[in-house]
Design a protein around this ligand. Structure first.
Ligand SMILES: [Zn+2]
Length: 653
């Protein structure tokens, strides 16, 4: 279990949609939703019905405190198992203790994390989050003997051990530990790595505080002459304005703030990259990318092929920019011309309730149960924290919890149709979590990010198809097709550019090259040229973008969000010969569990993955396996992951 991974690095179950297109994809700010002239409401001004219901986790901060203290006291109990893990009974007792401890940790950590996401400037919740992190690191240290001790068991004895009935609920966890044999160090070395956990999380924390709390972009005039606060959210609103002068002004003002902090940001990013490389080197990988891919059990060749394939497809993208320029009647095309829809006069307004209705109509193919649970979650059970407030974490995410609800953070804006897509996206994650929680034991309910985006982007596809069907006229349909192209551009091309940047910068640091502001900008600048094409006018400030994209601080998190992996395009291709061939062998077993989970939409893309996925054959072995919980091969308990460093904690932020 890996609540740390989820709640401090923002990974598996914290599934964001930001950075898809820009870095704050879901952060459109509606000028009518909240006070537009005086800035945002503070957290305590937000109506309760618009917030998520965290009482499913804890009724009060005091209840949390009581649980936290009891939880913390258990850490020394890890020591009682040390040196005895080769005995089946002791190992089973250890794993069961670990399971309970981890589950408590997830609940405690979720509450602190979600509270702090409401208002990142709130010191109390920051402190609670830090305390949880501290306990998790100490637990990690106290149990760091586990992996080396297990891996010291001779292969023949190991096989007998994992076949013991008492260990069957944990068999996949144990098999996964065995796969780390070449990358596991001695007991003392593991302990030293574990002790690094907390301060190795520094770059991500620093970036988060700077970006979410301290950076101010000032106020800017909109087309109605209103002074509007420029934020990550309103920036996207401005980039979506049909009048170019407003897009341009917002772009330059926004990047001015990043220019003012570029040295801090570059140093933070450099530290993050050094940290990734350090862990990769310590664990005997050839580079940080290999380490990241190994972790996710994705063959390296998939990553390399994706970049290569995207390079080949680049001319199509460049033609699209040219088309955009012509259709929009622009003298040249710049970054701030790429988000506004070509047909920008299409107006749509959806209140939260209307958005939920629309999403539900589009999700009808997934069945009554799916829609019923989700509707209730979004409308009455308060899964979602709906609107932006001052200090609220930007973007959107879904954070599944085993003992609470599958929470959703939104910064919903009714005038932004894209936010309806964001809503159905996060709803896809949350329903994935919901099914997983209701069909899996705790140790297997988590799922790897590599597959996590399937459920969410599949929902987006259903919404597109539904909207195309019910559109009133061709202009609306053209708008939807344009959106779809931009979505492919934003997810497939742009995310691949991010992937390439991460690879190049990690490689440069690995080779001993100093990564300064200028070097970062050079590397990013050459990628911008390549991806935007020879006829695209690139503003100097745009090279600062590499310092503000959250996922770069997370280190190779984007490998798993690379749309080549995650976009539901495979769903649509599932009837192709190759996909069918690949699917035939595993589809029967998927169906069996699908019937239990009644969420068959997830099965199709699963069947089209590269053949070296460990999920398919394993699903036959594990009674717990289901397609909504691919965690069976990923279910190491959190504190054994902590010493992998914060790359794992902050990956997708
Ligand atoms: Zn997502």
């Amino acid at each position: 279990m890996r609540f740390f991974e989820r709640y401090f690095k923002g990974e598996n179950k914290i599934l964001h949609k930001n950075d898809n297109l820009f870095g704050a994809f879901a952060d459109f700010k509606c000028l009518s939703q909240t006070d537009t002239t005086g800035g945002l409401p503070s957290r305590d001004e937000v109506a309760e019905a618009d917030t998520w219901d965290l009482t499913y986790l804890y009724k009060s901060d005091n209840d949390w405190e009581t649980d936290f203290v009891a939880w913390e006291k258990q850490i020394p109990q890890y020591m009682q198992f040390q040196g005895k893990l080769a005995q089946i009974d002791t190992l089973a007792a250890y794993l069961n203790f670990d399971l309970v401890f981890s589950r408590q940790g997830e609940k405690i950590g979720s509450y602190a994390f979600l509270k702090s996401a409401q208002d990142v400037a709130n010191g109390q919740y920051q402190e609670m989050t830090a305390r949880v992190q501290n306990v998790a690191v100490r637990a990690s240290q106290s149990s760091s003997y586990m992996r080396p001790e297990l891996l010291a068991i001779a292969e023949a004895d190991w096989q007998k051990l994992i076949e013991a009935p008492a260990l069957s609920p944990f068999r996949l966890n144990l098999e996964r530990i065995a796969s780390f044999r070449p990358h596991t160090l001695s007991g003392n070395e593991e302990q030293l790595l574990a002790m690094l956990g907390e301060f190795a999380a520094g770059p991500s924390k620093i970036f988060g505080q700077l970006n979410n709390a301290d950076l101010r972009f000032g106020f800017i005039k909109d087309e109605n002459d209103n002074e509007v606060e420029l934020t990550n959210g309103t920036f996207m609103v401005f980039l979506n304005k049909p009048q170019r002068e407003f897009r341009k002004a917002a772009f330059h003002q926004f990047y001015k703030a990043y220019d003012d902090h570029k040295n801090t940001l570059a140093a933070t990013l450099n530290s993050s990259i050094q940290k990734d490389n350090y862990y990769a080197q310590a664990r005997k990988f050839d580079n940080a990318l290999d380490a990241a891919m190994f972790d996710e059990e994705v063959p390296r060749v998939v990553y390399d092929n994706l970049i290569e394939g995207i390079h080949e497809a680049m001319p199509a993208l460049h033609r699209y920019y040219d088309l955009r320029k012509r259709k929009m009647g622009l003298p040249d095309i710049r970054f701030y011309d790429t988000y506004v829809p070509i047909l920008s006069d299409i107006k749509m307004h959806h209140s939260w309730e209307q958005a939920v209705d629309l999403v539900m109509e589009s999700l009808q193919p997934l069945g009554q149960e799916y829609c019923g649970v989700l509707r209730e979650g979004l409308l009455t059970r308060r899964w979602a924290d709906r609107y932006e407030n001052r200090g609220k974490r930007n973007g959107a995410f879904s954070a599944g919890t085993y003992d609470g609800l599958p929470y959703i953070l939104m910064n919903y804006q009714p005038d932004i149709i894209e936010d309806v897509f964001t809503l159905t996206h996060e709803a896809g994650h949350s329903m994935h979590s919901w099914y997983s929680v209701h069909n899996q034991p705790f140790q297997y309910y988590d799922y790897v990010i590599f597959v996590a985006e399937v459920a969410s982007t599949f929902n987006e596809q259903l919404l597109t198809q539904h909207l195309l069907k019910v559109a009133d006229n061709d202009r609306q349909r053209a708008w939807l097709v344009n959106r779809e192209i931009d979505s492919i551009r934003g997810t497939i091309f742009r995310q691949t550019m991010f992937a390439e940047f991460e690879k190049l910068t990690h490689d440069a640091a690995w080779a001993g090259e100093p990564l300064t502001v200028d070097r970062f900008r050079d590397i990013y600048g050459s990628l911008l040229k390549r991806y935007f094409g020879p006829d695209f006018a690139i503003d100097d400030e745009l090279t600062l973008e590499c310092l503000r994209i959250r996922i770069f601080i997370a280190g190779f998190t984007s490998i798993n969000t690379r749309p080549g992996f995650r976009r539901p395009l495979p769903c649509r291709n599932a009837s192709s010969t190759a996909a069918k061939k690949n699917a035939t062998n595993i589809f029967h077993s998927l169906k069996a569990v699908a019937a239990r989970n009644r969420s068959t939409c997830f099965a199709v893309p699963v069947s089209t993955w590269p053949s070296r996925n460990r999920f398919a054959p394993r699903c036959k072995n594990s009674p717990h396996w289901s397609m909504t919980s691919n965690s069976c091969c990923n279910g190491l308990f959190f504190h054994h992951e902590v010493h992998e460093g914060p790359r794992r904690f902050f990956r997708k932020e």
